[in-house]
Design a protein around this ligand. Sequence first.
Ligand code: GAR
Length: 196
Amino acid sequence: MKRVAVLISGGGSNMLALLRSMEGAHPARPVLVASNDPAAAGLKRAAELGVPVAAVDHRPFRGDRAAFEAALLEPILAAEPDILCLAGFMRVLTPAFVARFEGRMLNIHPSLLPKYQGLHTHQRALEAGDAEAGCTVHEVTAALDDGPILGQARVPILPGDKAETLAARVLTREHALYPAVLRRFAAGDRTPLLLD
Ligand code: GAR
C-alpha cells in the first residue's frame, strides 16, 4: 500500500478527487494534505474526510525558498509518503526539494504539455486559436512543467469560450485524469494514459 501526500494551494478540487478515489480498493491511501496557504479551502475539506492536514504559510519566509521548503518538509517527512501529488500547488519547488522525491512526485497541469508550460494556459490556448485544450499529469523534475508525461485528457475549445469556461471544462477532465493516473502509478505502471 503506497502512502500519498497531496500538496495544494487553493480549493483543492483535484485533491478531493484524489482522496475520494482512494476510498475503495486502491493501491494507495492518503496520509497528508499540506498547503502553503493556511486559508486554503481544501484543507478544511480534507480534514472533513479524516485526512491529516498541515499548513506552512510561505509568506513569512519572504522569498527564501529553501527555508520555506525546510519547514514544509517537516510534516511531509513525518507522514512518510511514498508518492507526492501536487494538485494546484502554486509554488515553484527548488531542484533540491524535487531531487528528494525524484520519480515519485506527480503534478497536474491545465494544458496539453509540452504546450503552455507555466501560467494562463487557457488564455494562451484561446489566443493561439487552438481547436482543443486539456490537461496533463506528469512526473515532476527540476524543470517547470517538463517531466515525463503520465497521462493526458483532451477537451474541445468551443465557439465563444472564455478562459473561465474553458478552465471549467478542463477541470472536470482533471478530476478524471489525475485519479486514473495515480491509481496506475501507485501500482507501478508509468505508461502514458490518454483519455478522450
Ligand atoms: C487546476 O486547474 C490545476 O491544473 C491548476 O490549478 C488548478 C487547481 O484547482 N494547476 C496549475 O496551474 C499548476 N501550475 P484545484 O485547487 O481545484 O485542484
